[in-house]
Design a protein around this ligand. Structure first.
Ligand SMILES: *Cc1c(COP(=O)(O)O)cnc(C)c1O
Length: 354
């Protein structure tokens, strides 16, 4: 830390993204990326023409992409917000709506508390139940902004639309942010509730189900007034945060062909997830019921960190968290069937060697 750093950031603990080691080629099952490339329409959209246009600023209103998203999800254009990854949107949302503090689960996306620390927002963590599920009643009349990842990460467990609706109803005066990063893998979206609930903000991403983590594109749906608040913050930060290639790629990813492709790939991932879950259970793992593209699993006998380390030595990366409640678990991204077989072989070796 230099002596020039603003005092208010002295104790800020930055978010630690999943590791991206360069020492060898790993099977990367640690950051919930898709194992599949984007569809052809997306690749075609980032054309030479678009690259030549790089000398020009991109559209700060992101009009074409917003129109396409509004069409795809059956909302109006002024109900749509887009930014540089959903992390950007979460940051803006905490800035905009965290004035009275925030609540979220004790085990959830680790970035929520970093945004709170960054913006001086007081937050309260609500413990998940023993089985790692969320009890909706714990969020009734919260008295401040609520953030819920649904399905939750890193547990993979989802709430129903009805349960989210109960939370919305009891918090009319505060924003309920529902982070649906993983909803395409079997969860239920609450997008259809934005007309009814002016306090609902639904945040989505192209990073997981749409195979575009590197493009950095997030989008959100809400009542037009909430969207205008987010635009105000975006235009006070960096109006050009979504670049030309990403805008083009994002719209192309909504074409009919692309949508069919993504639906197929999501089904494939869900099938592999169910297969891996069963195989892990056969090997002595306790596996939480997942509606995402990852599994959260602990072995009855071998420590989580040990499994993480031994897998890494065998060229397979998974995500291990050190928080007390979950340190016996690893979060394993669903890869291809082939990667899954390699993972299972490695786990069998590790178990045999104990
Ligand atoms: C991956 C993830 C994000 C971040 O997505 P980006 O769009 O890549 O910034 C947000 N929320 C949750 C719960 C995630 O797992």
């Amino acid at each position: 830390m230099s002596r020039f750093l603003n005092q208010k950031y002295e104790s800020l603990e930055a978010y630690v993204p999943g590791e991206q080691p360069k020492d060898m080629q790993y099977i990367k099952l640690n950051t919930n990326e898709s194992p599949f490339p984007p569809p052809q329409d997306v690749i075609d959209a980032v054309s030479v023409q678009e690259l030549e246009n790089l000398r020009l600023y991109c559209d700060p209103d992101c009009s074409v992409l917003k129109e396409a998203l509004a069409n795809a999800y059956g909302v109006q254009k002024n109900n749509v917000f887009v930014a540089n990854g959903s992390d950007d949107i979460l940051n803006f949302a905490f800035m905009a709506f965290g004035g009275n503090g925030a609540v979220f689960a004790d085990i959830t996306y680790g970035f929520y508390k970093v945004y709170c620390a960054l913006h001086g927002i007081e937050y309260r963590e609500i413990p998940l139940l023993e089985d790692f599920s969320i009890r909706p009643d714990d969020y009734f009349n919260a008295g401040c902004m609520i953030a819920i990842a649904n399905p939750n990460a890193p547990t993979g467990i989802a709430l129903s639309v009805e349960e989210i609706e109960l939370i919305l109803q009891s918090n009319h005066d505060h924003v309920v942010l529902v982070d649906e990063a993983y909803v395409d893998f079997g969860g239920e979206s609450v997008i259809n509730l934005i007309k009814q609930y002016k306090n609902l903000l639904v945040v989505r991403t192209y990073s997981k189900s749409r195979s575009m983590a590197g493009a950095r594109l997030g989008f959100a749906f809400a009542d037009e007034e909430l969207i205008a608040d987010l635009e105000r913050i975006k235009f006070s930060t960096n109006p050009y945060s979504v670049n030309r290639m990403t805008l083009a790629a994002g719209a192309a990813a909504l074409s009919e062909d692309s949508s069919r492709y993504f639906a197929e790939k999501c089904s494939e991932i869900i099938a592999v997830r169910e297969y891996l879950s069963q195989q892990l259970k056969n090997l002595g793992f306790d596996v939480l019921p997942s509606k995402t593209n990852f599994l959260f699993a602990k072995h009855y006998a071998i420590e989580g960190e040990k499994i993480y380390t031994l897998l890494k030595e065998k060229g397979i990366l998974v995500r291990h968290f050190t928080a007390e409640r979950i340190k016996s678990y690893n979060r394993i991204t669903i890869g291809t069937k082939e990667q899954t077989e390699t993972l299972l072989l490695a786990l069998k070796e590790i178990i045999k060697e104990q």
